[in-house]
Design a protein around this ligand. Structure first.
Ligand code: GRF
Length: 216
């Protein structure tokens, strides 16, 4: 069974979807840089060990980060899943763990990396928006894209409406990608991803787009 450590900083709705959908994987630990992250209650509900690293307990941000990464090293999960974790992961840790850290991002990458994706998507008057799951590299939302889910955007959409629409997609896509990782349905070679035929068929049925990793 694949053990997954989930890192959160806030609400934790993606953590909840990962907890609820676990079949071929197990959420074995939840780590947070914030003691008051609302999502920690979900970990407790599901009896998953919680580790918090509040900034105030460390002399510097880098000491705080170091504590998080050494805890992860000790836990040694098969996969680290970032779910609304609001810190940039240290390049050294990313290099060491490349291929075993993934993130969910609320846009169709490579469009709108970084923050405020829904506001920016509305500002750009896009007609299609969505979310992406990608491997984490040392850039901001630049790692190989694994899979995406799309939705339409209308001129009357507010930021809140669009966020809710995309969040519903995130809750379907993220557990499916983690499940697929656990079942070995895709492999990463260099920065290229290869999906099994069976997973490709399932993705089509669910309306997900499978990416091949490297970006154009
Ligand atoms: C989600 O939109 C996720 O894509 C982004 O941060 C948000 C976290 O939401 N990285 P939640 O904490 O999972 O509810």
């Amino acid at each position: 069974m694949l053990s997954v450590a989930v890192l959160i900083s806030g609400r934790g709705s993606n953590l909840l979807s990962l907890l609820k959908s676990a079949r071929s994987y197990q959420v074995s630990a939840v780590l947070s840089d914030r003691e008051d992250a609302a999502g920690l209650t979900y970990a407790k509900q599901f009896d998953v060990p919680v580790y918090t690293f509040p900034r105030a307990q460390y002399q510097s941000r880098s000491a705080q980060k170091l504590a998080i990464y050494s805890a992860l090293d000790q836990l040694n999960p098969g996969l680290v899943a970032l779910a609304g974790f609001m810190q940039i992961v240290e390049a050294e840790y990313v290099h060491r763990m490349f291929g075993r850290i993934i993130n969910i991002h609320p846009s169709l990458l490579p469009a709108f990396p970084g923050l405020d994706t829904h506001r920016r998507a509305l500002g750009a008057k896009v007609s299609c928006h969505g979310c992406s799951v990608h491997f984490v590299d040392s850039g901001i939302d630049t790692g190989p894209i694994i899979a995406q889910a799309r939705c339409g955007v209308t001129t009357s959409d507010s930021e809140e409406v669009l966020e809710a629409r995309v969040l519903a997609l995130e809750h379907a896509l993220y557990p499916w990608v983690v499940e697929s990782f656990a079942r070995g349905d895709f492999t990463l070679t260099g920065r290229n991803i290869r999906w099994s035929n069976a997973a490709q068929a399932e993705a089509t049925q669910r309306g997900f787009l499978l990416a091949a990793g490297e970006r154009p």
